[in-house]
Design a protein around this ligand. Structure first.
Ligand SMILES: [Zn+2]
Length: 66
């Protein structure tokens, strides 16, 4: 699947990443219809959250079907 991936302060890439897998009995996989970034993602991109490592997939505000 494609994802917007954090590449360090001020850098991001639209890239191919592995499809999600169920890891815990309480997990679900959501087929996304629409998603966007939010203020938290903007702070990550700005470099305000150094604990966020390169490779983090951005965009957690979504609408989809389970
Ligand atoms: Zn958010």
């Amino acid at each position: 699947m494609k994802a917007l991936v954090y590449q360090g302060p001020g850098k991001k890439d639209w890239m191919e990443v592995p499809d999600p897998v169920i890891q815990q009995p309480t997990d679900v996989i959501v087929k996304m219809i629409a998603t966007t970034i939010c203020g938290t993602d903007l702070h990550i991109l700005k470099g305000d959250l150094p604990e966020v490592e390169v490779g983090r997939i951005l965009g957690h505000e979504g609408v989809g079907t389970v």
